[in-house]
Write a protein that binds this ligand. Sequence first.
Ligand code: SAM
Length: 234
Amino acid sequence: MSEPPRKRMVKPPEGGVEEGRGKPQRLKTAKLRTASSQAWLERQVNDPFAAKARAHGYRSRAAYKLAEIDDRFRLLKPGARVIDLGLAPGGWTQLAIERGVGAVAGVDLLPVDPIPPAHILRMDFTDPACGPRLIELLGGAPDVVLSDMAPNTVGHKQTDHLRIMGLIEAAADFAVSVLKPGGAFVAKAFQGGETAQLIGELKRRFSEVRNVKPKASRAESSEVYIVATGFKGR
Ligand code: SAM
């Protein structure tokens, strides 16, 4: 006797931005769920990139943001040395390894399950000991420095803004002090952030600097990515 078809909780992934978006599902509320975690869960269930990431085995939907950037700028070349700042849970590092880079060293404040052969540090990137340790683990100067770091927000607009800018600037300083000539720097930034000065500085150091909003970056999020390529050297 044939089994009746199983009911699915989640619509199977259909890929793409538009095609995957069916009628949004509402989840039953659970007593212990807060309104914001309920909203997050509903977003995940209805998000085609989250569904694709689960089906593919990526630890985060963020992998698709880097995939789009890399499809356009060709940064993750075979054999390249890559640094991944703020790597948890690890989608970007997984993608870099999948695309054949030679070595990856990454850091996060949070614990990250191993992603062999990547070297993973649990540390605060702003600790002065972190940069040298990453270069040591990587075994030499990087071709690419990636930063998807985002600080926890405290809800005070000015404080949050200063913390975000502090991290972006720290990542940019690090990139220009360690990259190989011709190398690239990618960093998460925020629209409305005072990045003009930083972008001006990057334009002096790199042959091309772009602001990119990948399709996998939620439209309602103010995040954008600064992509700087062709490092001119020190
Ligand atoms: N790119 C990641 C991926 O593909 O899975 C997602 C990164 S997540 C959006 C941002 C990460 O930045 C968080 O895990 C957070 O802990 C990390 N982070 C924020 N500030 C940091 C710091 N000072 N040092 C190291 N990591 C930091």
